[in-house]
Design a protein around this ligand. Structure first.
Ligand code: PGA
Length: 261
């Protein structure tokens, strides 16, 4: 059987409380009729964590609870921060780390990203580590070098048993929120490259097992072709995850690919 896909919704800093409640309810209702093989994760803003964890903890829930960021520090005097211990105590299963918006606007370096990954792993939460190059870097032909360095500095330093509980999302920065998606060939090429780095360091079995997702203007129209690429294990979805109809179509695309393989 084909490897199940993963579709993760990254809401970023959007929706008020009522809208968030509404979106979760709609997605839950839509998914109620499905026998899903695809794993679905919703990552709302942290202030709404309980909305998703409450739903995700139901026996017949169709999705997992995720968040978008975590502190690099353990509990203590860090005003405004949210710790991995807190996430764990609320049964959050996944957490995005190193998103390019955090790297750009909040100065997150690979070193900080790695600390956050360890905080999550120590608390049994799956880190979804984002990597990707800028348009300038791609135009200069440096995309493999840039992404390779991000992977070497984070993923390749993990122990095999830590990598087993970690996911990667390749998100070319020029494709995020721009409507300009990487072509399926570009996505496949980079994901295969990332997998080859993992294979070199950890061996074939773990490289095949590791979930590597594509993100960046993935939508209801292009998801099927993107998910059909052999190395694309699913998607990290921003804008389209805020519209239930579109998000469901993306999940349906993932299901179609699993069933056809
Ligand atoms: P987008 O965002 O789908 O709106 O391009 C993806 C992401 O940043 O995770």
């Amino acid at each position: 059987m084909a490897k199940p896909k993963i579709v993760i919704g990254n809401w970023k800093m959007n929706k008020d409380f009522e809208e968030a409640e509404d979106l979760i309810t709609k997605i839950e209702e839509e998914l109620a009729d499905y026998q899903l093989q695809t794993e679905v994760v919703l990552c709302p803003p942290a202030v709404y964590a309980e909305l998703v964890t409450d739903h995700a903890s139901l026996e017949d829930s169709r999705f997992y609870a995720g968040l978008q960021n975590v502190s690099e520090f353990p509990n203590g005097a860090y005003t405004g921060e949210i710790s991995a211990e807190m996430l764990a105590s609320m049964d959050v299963d996944f957490c995005i780390v190193g998103h390019s918006e955090r790297r750009k606007f909040f100065g997150e370096t690979d070193e900080i990203v790695l600390k956050k990954m360890h905080r999550l792993l120590d608390n049994q939460i799956v880190p979804v580590m984002c990597c990707g190059e800028t348009l300038e870097e791609r135009k200069a032909g440096k995309h493999f070098e840039v992404v390779g360095k991000q992977i070497e500095a984070t993923i390749c330093t993990l122990k095999p048993e830590e990598l087993e509980r970690t996911m990667i999302a390749y998100e070319p920065i020029w494709a995020i929120g721009t409507g300009e998606t990487a072509t399926p060939a570009q996505a496949q090429e980079m994901l295969a490259f990332i997998r080859s780095l993992i294979e070199k360091k950890f061996g074939t079995e773990l490289a095949v097992y590791t979930y590597i997702l594509y993100g960046g203007s993935c939508n209801a129209k292009n998801a099927l072709e993107l998910f059909s690429q052999p190395d694309v294990d699913g998607g990290l979805i921003g804008g389209a995850s805020l519209k239930p109809e579109d998000f469901i179509k993306i999940i349906e695309a993932a299901e179609t690919v699993i069933k056809d393989n």
